[in-house]
Write a protein that binds this ligand. Structure first.
Ligand SMILES: CC(=O)N[C@@H](CCC[C@H](N)C(=O)O)C(=O)O
Length: 375
């Protein structure tokens, strides 16, 4: 498959970002493309807005799974691309347009050049939230074709184009979303003593949340509590009766996650007392850590060292999250970072990954899967 074709697929997908479980146009686009491939060995099944494509092997010993996520983010794009998002306020700012394009590049090749093993291509909705991997993993559709090995990648703006950054064991953190609603008493701006101001309460809460990582987590462990959004109040001269904080928690272990959550609950209880308000905490979607199977990952790294030595970089773990962690909890496999060297990072309104990385990923993964299917 030519680079120009892959690039135009990526650009078409880039224009239609959709949020989790709303990937209707994306699913249609993928299904139409998949229908244009030789069908003899393909079995295509939809699951919600996702798609599973089974490619029948020639002399199967196992099924090798490859997963790409499909959803975009609620971000107003500011790249200035001629092929910018056509969906107001939504953007592929986490590279899922790249992930799907690479999966289609692989599928196109293997539909025409089947290997001995069966392959399963998983186009998964809702990675950014509320999480599609776990319900997809548990679905009858997936369980019927369940792979013996799972592979996925994530673009990485910080690495040179084509770098494959990977390690055995922990790659991505445990994550939990965090939503805290505060309810107090509104009033006139000139009469603060008659009200309970939830803008002030939220401000204290945000500052106190920062003390959890600084003062309650072992400095030799790591955790993150980020508040990404605050809302509250109605107007400049009205004391706010309500406020809402939206954030995320990241930890390197499940036990640290429990500890951070206990501390958040204690801090929130303190705010309720000191500001005479009611607070509710909702942890939203929780993702299990991405833990790369040591033997399978080392085998992949040894393959790269031999066949593509300049691509391999042994990286450290990161505080990003990925619901692919649920798949790796049940199925041996690995995830890796794909270098797409660009100025702005993931979740940035000007994320402009270098498209040359697509071809590198497709050709490297073709050679790895062809080799693996002979083992
Ligand atoms: C690779 C990446 O950026 N993943 C997301 C996963 C989102 C998890 C969830 N919605 C949360 O915010 O906790 C990330 O933000 O790391």
């Amino acid at each position: 498959m030519k680079m120009e074709e892959l690039r135009s697929i990526r650009r078409e997908l880039h224009q239609i970002p959709e949020l989790g479980f709303q990937e209707f146009k994306t699913q249609r686009y993928l299904l139409d493309y998949i229908a244009s491939l030789p069908q003899e060995r393909l079995r295509i099944v939809t699951w919600k807005t996702g798609i599973l494509v089974f490619v029948e092997g020639r002399k199967p010993k196992r099924t090798i799974g490859y997963r790409a996520d499909m959803d975009g983010l609620p971000i107003q794009e500011k790249t200035g691309y001629a092929f910018s998002s056509q969906h107001e306020g939504k953007m592929h700012a986490c590279g899922h347009d790249f992930h799907m394009t690479i999966a289609l590049g692989l599928l196109t090749y293997f539909a025409k050049h089947p290997v001995n093993d069966h392959l399963l291509f998983v186009f998964q909705p809702a990675e950014e939230g509320p999480g599609g991997a776990l319900p997809l993993l548990q679905s009858e559709e997936f369980q019927r074709m369940k792979p013996d090995l799972m592979i996925a990648l994530h673009i990485a703006p910080e690495y040179p184009v084509g770098t494959i950054a990977v390690k055995e064991g922990l790659l991505f953190a445990n994550t939990s979303e965090l939503f805290i609603d505060l309810k107090g008493k509104g009033g006139h701006a000139a009469y603060p003593h008659t009200a309970n101001d939830m803008v002030v309460a939220a401000s204290h809460l945000i500052v106190q949340l920062q003390s959890i990582v600084a003062r309650n987590v072992d400095p030799l462990d790591s955790a993150v509590v980020t508040v990404g959004k605050i809302t509250g109040g109605t107007r400049q001269n009205i004391i706010a009766a309500d406020s809402r904080i939206e954030g995320t928690i990241r930890t390197l272990s499940a036990s640290s996650m429990d500890h951070v959550k206990q501390r958040i609950e204690a801090v929130v209880a303190g705010i309720e007392t000191s500001f005479a308000c009611q607070a509710t905490i909702d942890y939203g979607a929780n993702y299990y850590q991405v833990y790369n199977h040591p033997a399978v990952t080392n085998e992949f790294m040894a393959f790269l060292k031999k066949e593509h030595p300049s691509a391999l970089y042994e990286c450290k773990e990161a505080m990003t999250g990925e619901d692919f962690g649920y798949m790796l909890k049940e199925i041996p496999g690995f995830m890796f970072w794909l270098g797409v060297e660009c100025e702005h990072g993931l979740h940035h309104e000007q994320l402009m990954p270098n498209e040359a990385a697509i071809e590198v990923a497709v050709s490297t993964l073709i050679s790895y899967i062809e080799w693996k299917a002979l083992q």
